[in-house]
Ligand binder design. Structure first.
Ligand code: SF4
Length: 320
């Protein structure tokens, strides 16, 4: 079956093997962030509606769950803001009913959480990952270029209210853009706002691929560490791969890295890997052979076949 609204699964550092659900057409969002990896927002929208047919999403999920290895998470993300879809709550309930063992994550810009119904719609997700890049209106306008009706104050109020109503995990993601939101003033405002929102974790991120504005650059590891130090919050972590790390972990971007990332979470057979990564078995086999020769992975014979896992040596080196 050709899937139009599901993508992946992709190995992700925060969510393991994650199957994506994309509920809006490219690129429908309430914001037009300067760093957006999906490109410029072509439909800047505030109206919630059934952007893609609920029945078709249900059909694809049903087919996927019946024919594939279970992912670690089912994650709402993709071509824009998923809470713009009027039936995101129904899709989450559908997953909860049909695959109660798979936790749901929602990647959102949080701009619609001022609406009670939106907060209610995502209440059954295991993890909600809202982004917040600025705590002053001026910087919010500069970085996130919102729909004209949106105001930062209302968005923050929505996030604070959501925290009171929601018992799952909130991981607040902040994109650090040097020169835009890393001054002492901006960081102080962010710190106070984070304290009000009280998320379970704070994830500092930066640009990975070019955004919509070519003059932007990613924050360096030093700059991200400076923010971390400024915030002085135990639950804050750097989740970005700053440029210094990229050279070191460049292999992550290729197939070998996807294989290593996948079996680092759990041993897999060739068939599992081919299914999870959506790659032909022959191709996966070639990579497995070379990773095994390098001593990065080991194969172990078990009842269900030959399983691949990370070698101890590789684990000691820090794995992926
Ligand atoms: S909220 Fe996300 S999808 Fe929307 S413009 Fe910003 S980065 Fe892109």
């Amino acid at each position: 079956m050709q899937y139009n609204y599901l993508f992946g699964p992709v190995p992700s550092r925060r969510l393991g093997i994650s199957l994506g659900v994309d509920l809006v057409p490219m690129k429908t969002c309430t914001l037009d962030c300067v760093y957006c990896e999906c490109g410029k927002t072509s439909r800047l929208a505030l109206e919630r509606k059934e952007y893609v047919p609920f029945d078709a999403v249900k059909k694809e999920l049903t087919h996927y769950l019946a024919h594939h290895t279970r992912p670690d998470y089912i994650t709402f993300s993709g071509s824009g803001e998923p809470t713009l879809h009027l039936k995101i709550g129904d899709v989450i309930h559908f997953i909860r009913n049909h695959a109660p063992d798979i936790p749901v994550a929602v990647l959102t810009n949080g701009t619609l959480f001022y609406q009670k119904q939106v907060r209610k719609d995502v209440i059954d997700a295991a993890v909600v990952i809202p982004s917040l890049d600025a705590a002053t209106e001026k910087t919010f306008q500069k970085i996130n270029r919102p729909c004209s009706q949106l105001r930062l104050e209302g968005i923050i109020r929505g996030l604070v209210q959501f925290r009171k109503e929601y018992s799952g995990e909130i991981w607040l993601e902040i994109f650090i853009i040097p020169g835009l939101n890393d001054s002492s003033n901006e960081l102080e405002a962010l710190k106070q706002t984070i304290e009000k929102i009280n998320p379970d974790q704070i994830h500092l991120n930066t640009l990975d691929r070019p955004g919509t504005v070519s003059t932007l650059r990613p924050a360096s590891l030093d700059e991200l560490e400076h923010v971390l130090e400024y915030l002085q919050m135990e639950s804050a972590v750097i989740v970005a791969d700053p440029p210094e790390h990229k050279a070191l972990f460049a292999y992550r971007k290729d197939t070998a890295s996807a294989i290593v990332g996948t079996i680092a979470r759990r041993p897999c057979t060739l068939k599992d890997l081919s299914e999870i990564l959506g790659l032909p078995a022959d191709e996966v086999k070639t990579y497995l052979a070379s990773l095994e020769t390098e001593g990065a992975i080991k194969s172990v014979k078990q009842k269900r076949g030959l399983f691949y896992r990370l070698s101890n040596k590789y684990r000691l080196m820090g794995g992926h």
